[in-house]
Design a binder for this molecule. Structure first.
Ligand code: GH3
Ligand code: MG
Ligand code: MG
Ligand code: MG
Length: 300
């Protein structure tokens, strides 16, 4: 694909020369004559690189660079500042504003072309990494900290389970659990210990449930379990079993450092064809809230 360069330069002669030279090299080039025009063209033209003067009518090139860096729509554009003064302050300021390079005029065009190639190569690899990261994140079904399934996967699994019971009958339940006074634990022992507790707890939940149950990290210190073919009595038994294990076995942080924890549980069973993920989770959440209100470390 043709790479796009935006020149921001108020001298029509200089702008023209650069436009011709860079177009001749195969770039797709546009010229803006002021900072304001540059800013709007940065958004509409979406250049890979901007070559920008410092002295411009209205807004100066450094201000412009800063604005471009602060805006999510334009921050991936790389900026080369071109200035007729070799002033150290301007140069430092340009880099502080996020410029990739600083060229002193009169420009040596061989140098300009080489520097342009470098910045474009840099931008391509950054863009590629970002794309990969986005794909990984979008496709991820695991929670990063605990390794459990994440909220996204929970939504998908819930939809499947709802569809299954609506079609074939039977029932299923969801359990929501929330660690009691977790904020105090964090405050007293630090976030790293808090994280370690979440990891332990996740492992423990995973270990105690049936292989057909799905354990997810619902958010913060909350977990959600989908238990297929389980009515509210079964769900209550399961929650009690988990609650007791958590209460009985303090989390081992290190050899001589154990932290006792408890958790509260809210359960909800599928009630019929009108049920949605939202309605089911809302009932479980209300039950959990009641468990908290009634003193914590209990199942509702
Ligand atoms: P309650 O018994 O009412 O649930 O009290 P609580 O302190 O657990 O309640 P709250 O929900 O207000 O606090 C949850 C805390 O969990 C707050 C937040 O700092 C902490 N937390 C959320 N996510 C993480 C995490 O990934 N790691 C750690 N260490 N802490 C987390
Ligand atoms: Mg909570
Ligand atoms: Mg809470
Ligand atoms: Mg809590």
């Amino acid at each position: 694909m043709q790479q796009k360069i935006l020149i921001i330069n108020d001298s029509s002669l200089e702008g023209r020369i650069m436009l011709d030279l860079l177009s001749y090299q195969g770039y797709h080039v546009n010229v803006a004559r002021s900072g304001q025009e540059g800013l709007s063209m940065a958004k509409s033209f979406e250049p890979d690189v901007i070559i920008c003067d410092i002295v411009l009518p209205g807004m100066n090139g450094l201000e412009l660079a800063r604005l471009l860096q602060e805006d999510v729509d334009t921050q991936k554009i790389q900026i080369i500042i071109a200035s007729s003064n070799n002033n150290k302050q301007d140069k430092l300021e340009a880099f502080r504003c996020g410029a990739f390079d600083y060229l002193v005029k009169p420009l040596d065009f061989d140098e300009l072309l080489l520097r342009l190639e470098i910045v474009l190569r840099y931008k391509q690899s950054i863009d590629k990494l970002k794309r990969r990261e986005t794909i990984l994140r979008a496709g991820s079904i695991r929670d990063f900290l605990t390794g459990l399934y994440n909220r996204q996967y929970l939504d998908q699994k819930m939809a499947e389970e709802l569809a299954r019971v609506k079609r074939y009958g039977h029932t299923f339940s969801v359990l929501l659990t929330d660690v009691d006074f977790f904020k105090q634990i964090n405050d007293r022992h630090g976030h790293l210990v808090g994280d370690k507790i979440l990891i332990h707890l996740a492992g423990r939940l995973q270990l105690k449930v049936r292989s057909t149950d799905t354990v997810c990290r619902f958010g913060g210190e909350e977990f959600c379990i989908i238990a297929p073919e389980t009515d509210s009595h079964g769900a209550f038994e399961l929650a009690e079993k988990l609650r007791k294990t958590i209460e009985k076995e303090p989390v081992i942080v290190s050899e001589d450092f154990k932290i006792p924890i408890t958790a509260s549980f809210g359960i909800a069973e599928y009630e019929g064809p009108e049920e949605t993920t939202k309605s089911l989770l809302e009932r479980a959440d209300r039950a959990l809230y009641n468990a908290k209100k009634k003193g914590r470390n209990r199942v509702e």
